[in-house]
Design a protein around this ligand. Structure first.
Ligand SMILES: Nc1ncnc2c1ncn2[C@@H]1O[C@H](COP(=O)(O)OP(=O)(O)OP(=O)(O)O)[C@@H](O)[C@H]1O
Length: 228
């Protein structure tokens, strides 16, 4: 109970640029996410939100500090080991759905499971269960282009959760939707998070949505602090 699923400790990251020189984006960022917790990440534009999410999700490496996911310290691990943990334990959602256009909603949620060795029948059953949960089961056979923006994002949530990750990382998951739709789609996401027991770090500029999560952290000056 209350296990830490994601622990970021003293993360530092500097980008070396031609002019005006180096950009120190992270300067000792710390965060602990516990199982079942949804945490909002707010940050001024350019503060390093994407950098932090990429490092937390093992898509990028920090210069210093450590990332621990589901009890495993990823410091110094090979690319192969990092990919294995990312595939199993991390789910990503972006502002734009990035669903595979030539596959149906059901296939988009099934495929990541097949890639992880789940049998087809089981993977499809899991996919249907998730699509039902977010209210798009009736659209399971449709391709992304045949779905509304809100439906596309719901499918993207299901895909992110298909392999039962311990951590969900989301970057403006409803940023592309009109306010009314964003609200409903956000409810669907919160329902998925609370029913699956994973922890979620969700970057948003929308302070109303941020206030609906368990807590809010602010990234500014390269560090994370509880938001006032
Ligand atoms: N690969 C890179 N090389 C050099 N500088 C980079 C690189 N990636 C990001 N930066 C710089 O680092 C800073 C943080 O970038 P990042 O994309 O993490 O910010 P962000 O908070 O996600 O921004 P936004 O909210 O506007 O998308 C910015 O000043 C950006 O220009």
């Amino acid at each position: 109970m209350n296990d830490v699923t994601l622990r970021l400790k003293g993360l530092t990251k500097t980008y070396l640029q031609g002019t005006p020189g180096e950009v120190r984006v992270l300067r000792g960022a710390d965060l602990e996410l516990r199982a079942g917790e949804a945490v909002a990440l707010v940050a001024p534009s350019g503060a390093g939100k994407s950098t932090l999410l990429h490092i937390a999700g093992l898509l990028d490496t920090p210069d210093g500090g450590s990332v621990q996911i589901a009890g495993q310290d990823m410091t110094g691990k090979s690319d192969r080991a990092r990919t294995a943990v990312r595939r199993q334990d991390v789910g990503f959602v972006y502002q734009f759905h990035h669903l595979l256009p030539e596959f149906s909603a059901l296939e988009n949620v099934t495929l990541p499971q097949l890639a992880n060795g789940v049998a087809e029948r089981e993977a499809e059953a899991r996919a249907m269960e998730l699509l039902e949960r977010v209210g798009v089961a009736a659209r399971a056979a449709h391709r992304p282009a045949e779905l509304s923006g809100g439906e596309q994002q719901r499918v993207a949530f299901c895909r992110a959760l298909a392999n039962r990750p311990s951590v969900l990382l989301a970057d403006e998951p409803t940023g592309n939707l009109d306010p009314g739709t964003a609200d409903q789609v956000f409810d669907a996401l919160m329902d998925l998070v609370s029913s699956s027991g994973l922890s979620a770090l969700i970057a948003t500029h929308n302070l109303d949505l941020a206030a609906r999560m368990d807590r809010v952290v602010r990234l500014e000056g390269g560090v994370l602090r509880p938001a006032a």
